[in-house]
Design a protein. Sequence first.
Length: 125
Amino acid sequence: MKKSAAMVLCVALSSLALLGADISGKWSGSFITTSPDGETRESKAFMKLKQEGSEITGTAGPNEDKQWAIRNGKIDGAKITFEVQTDEPLMKFDLELVDGRIKGSAKAEKEGRTLKATLDLGKVE
């Protein structure tokens, strides 16, 4: 009985530590887009994030050389939201820190059509 209580406490403390984790650094991974007609295309995503309290700043793009500024970035627990004005549409990101990875979705409107993407990124440094 004592072992299971200690185990529950250990898991709870680990979860709290993860929720309070600083996500500052470089993140890289997959960016899978889905067009309005259902066609999917896999590409890469790269982010340089800086966290100060609940504010997220930095850049995001397809690789380390092509980046756009993050705006309205926030983190609340494990939930991460921000916008990126690309060369084309404004992308809105709704992400979450899950098991040390950043996962979630992005959405953009272009010419009256909604473009969607899913992301899965791991910390590079």
